[in-house]
Design a protein around this ligand. Structure first.
Ligand code: NAD
Length: 351
């Protein structure tokens, strides 16, 4: 196994390249910042067009994890890893084991979790070689029984708390009864979020490219279906993006009729300037990495051996964090995405 270490790439503490010819593993681990603790972040597998593209992705994603964990108040730093390859055709037990052994060289400075292209089952294979993986333990659920390491239910619940905070700040309301919410994407997070919203008395407009998910939301949650193209322009109070990145852009923002954008999707703003565009239209934007931190909170609680009650308490903390952030944004008349970055940077130190 060949390990190449490159220090001081941009602002990162450590970037390590790994090549294991026997299994075909080519991977990069980027550790952005460990001032708050070990760098925890997903291990992504993707068929990158080039090593440079993979490097760019891992540098960007690991930096994002530093900000996310800091805003979630966790004693964790930011890191991420990428395995270069097609998760459908290039993944093998040998490759996952090699990745696990590779993580041992970092002595716990980086802890891997599930991400796009990897599953809890894959992480369990890595865990046979290394203790430096997370999010794989079965744990008791508050609703009874056991649940696996999948953090999506926590992401959905945390996002629901964030929507409550946005409603409090923007509409001065403590409940969601009768409010109209457009949910874009009914996957692992979006569907569960829709369940919380329906339970709270909100009226749902939903879209997904998977008709089965939409059908289920219509039948079980009383939702109304709209096409993916029409979701932005709905007459709603809240737009909740829970599918793709870059959905807040020059084309979509002018269409929005909602006064709140709050959802779980990562990287919702196509560019940072779109945060200002939302503010100028009087739309309150809940910064994505703050509102969708439930998953990382879940994994952090698992690592600390905390039970579901503690987890719930920490997830509910997203409500107050966002209220504080919104208040500062109003006070300073600056976009919420800029305030989120400032607040995060006040919570970690750079070298
Ligand atoms: P998922 O793949 O389970 O769900 C995504 C859903 O979006 C799918 O049902 C898909 O059919 C649908 N979709 C795709 N393109 C669409 C389109 N154009 N219009 C409408 N629907 C479309 O993913 P997930 O785990 O639910 O994650 C959703 C988002 O939240 C992603 O951006 C993810 O990065 C982010 N996120 C997830 C977690 C987590 O714990 N799973 C944590 C933080 C952030």
């Amino acid at each position: 196994m060949e390990i190449v270490e490159r220090n001081n790439i941009s602002e990162h503490e450590q970037v390590v390249f790994c090549h294991d010819p026997a299994s075909g593993l080519k991977a990069i681990v980027a550790i952005h910042n460990t001032s708050r603790g070990a760098a925890l972040g997903g291990c992504r597998m993707w068929s990158y067009a080039s090593e440079d593209e993979a490097l760019e992705d891992v540098l960007r994603l690991s930096r994002g994890m530093t900000y996310k964990s800091a805003m979630a108040g966790l004693d964790l730093g930011g890191g991420k890893s990428v395995i270069i390859g097609d998760p459908h055709t290039d993944k093998s037990e040998q490759l996952l084991r090699a990745m696990g052994r590779f993580l041992n060289h970092l002595h716990g400075d980086y802890i891997a979790a599930e991400d796009s292209g990897t599953s809890v089952a894959d992480l369990k294979v890595m865990a046979e070689e290394t203790p430096y993986v997370s999010g794989i333990t079965e744990k008791p659920s508050l609703t009874g029984g056991l649940r696996n390491g999948d953090p999506s239910p926590s992401t959905a619940f945390g996002t629901f708390q964030g929507i409550r905070a946005a409603v409090k700040h923007q509409l001065q309301r403590d409940d969601l009864k009768g409010l109209k919410v457009a949910v874009q994407g009914l996957g692992n997070v979006g569907y569960r979020l829709a369940e919380h919203l329906a339970e709270a008395g909100a009226r749902l407009l939903v879209c997904d490219i998977n008709p089965q998910q939409v059908e289920s939301a219509i039948n079980k949650l009383g939702a109304t279906a709209v096409s993916p193209e029409e979701i932005f322009a709905q007459e709603v109070d809240i737009f909740a993006p829970c599918a793709l990145g870059a959905v807040l852009n020059d084309q979509s923002i002018p269409q929005l009729k909602a006064s709140i954008v709050a959802g779980a999707a990562n990287n919702q703003l196509a560019e940072e300037r779109h945060g200002l565009a939302l503010l100028q239209r009087g739309i309150l934007y809940a910064p994505d990495y703050v509102i969708n931190a439930g998953g990382i909170i879940d994994i952090a609680c698992e690592r600390q051996g905390l039970d579901e009650l503690h987890l719930n308490h920490q997830l509910c903390g997203i409500y107050q964090t966002l209220l504080d952030l919104f208040a500062r944004s109003t006070r300073e008349e600056r976009p919420t995405n800029i305030i989120a970055n400032l607040m995060a940077e006040e919570r970690f130190t750079t070298h």
